[in-house]
Structure formats: C-alpha cells, structure tokens
Design a protein around this ligand. Structure first.
Ligand SMILES: [Zn+2]
Ligand SMILES: [Zn+2]
Length: 146
C-alpha cells in the first residue's frame, strides 16, 4: 500500500463489503498499523492507540485487529504462537524471525513465491498460499551476545 489515503479507501471498501461501521476507533486502529513493518502484537497497537483514545480498551483493539484480519485488511503471522502478530503487508512476501528478540522482518524472494509443493501435500490439499519462514538470530542480538 503506497499511502494512507489509498489505505483508508481500502479500509472503507472492506468495511462496507462486510457491513461494518467506519468508526473513529476503527480508523485510528488501522492508521496505527497500516504502514508498520514490525508485525506488532495487539498489545503494541493498543499502547500506540491509547495516546489518542484514552478510553479505548485492550479488548476493543484486539477484537478490531481480529476483525481486520478476518476481512482481509491484515494478515496474522503464521508460526509465531502467542501473542498473535499482525501484518498489514498484503503483498506476497516471506518472513525472517529472530528467535531471541522476536523481531519479524519481511523479505521478497521470487524463488520462494514459486516454491514446489510436494505431491503428498498436493494430494490432500488445494494449495492456496505458500510462505517461507526463516528463523535465526538478528544482527542486533548477535552484537549484544559479544
Ligand atoms: Zn533479535
Ligand atoms: Zn510481513
């Protein structure tokens, strides 16, 4: 997504499509996450929103993020466990995750987009999506270790 206006248009469309009201809270929650590359948890988004909407509850933020992922505005990062991490990047991409600090970064790699699906999987599943998750220790954590 290029800019906030395009993103808000998408938010409006998706809400309309799913009969959801476009409330100030929903807009604020979406604004807080639409261009982040950090794959934040609900708690992280909540802390950011709280500065603007002091009365908003964690539950509202959490539920809204779940709703956004259900209607295709966000993705949930797979293979991460709890807490859920949300991803506004809807473009085809893969993740690299630090096992120490939990950093999740995006990367693009066409060879992985076109990765071969084993026959044993193809026999049992209609494949919709393929993602690669690389795990390791990030540069920051490596520096701290020294
Ligand atoms: Zn790290
Ligand atoms: Zn991502």
């Amino acid at each position: 997504m290029k800019n906030i206006n395009d993103s808000i248009v998408l938010l409006k469309e998706k809400c309309k499509e799913h009969n959801l009201k476009l409330t100030p809270q929903r807009i604020a929650i979406y604004e807080a996450i639409w261009d982040t590359k950090k794959h934040p948890s609900a708690d992280h988004v909540y802390k950011k929103i709280k500065r603007k909407f002091q009365s908003i509850s964690f539950d509202t933020v959490n539920r809204t993020l779940q709703t956004f992922s259900r209607i295709g505005l966000l993705k949930v990062v797979e293979g991460q466990g709890d807490p859920k991490r949300f991803d506004p990047n809807l473009k085809k991409h893969h993740h690299v995750r630090c096992l120490k600090c939990g950093l999740i970064a995006d990367f693009y790699y066409e060879e992985y987009d076109n990765i071969k699906v084993p026959n044993i999987v193809k026999k049992q599943f209609t494949v919709i999506d393929k993602k690669v998750l690389i795990e390791g220790i990030c540069a920051d954590c490596r520096t701290k270790e020294k």
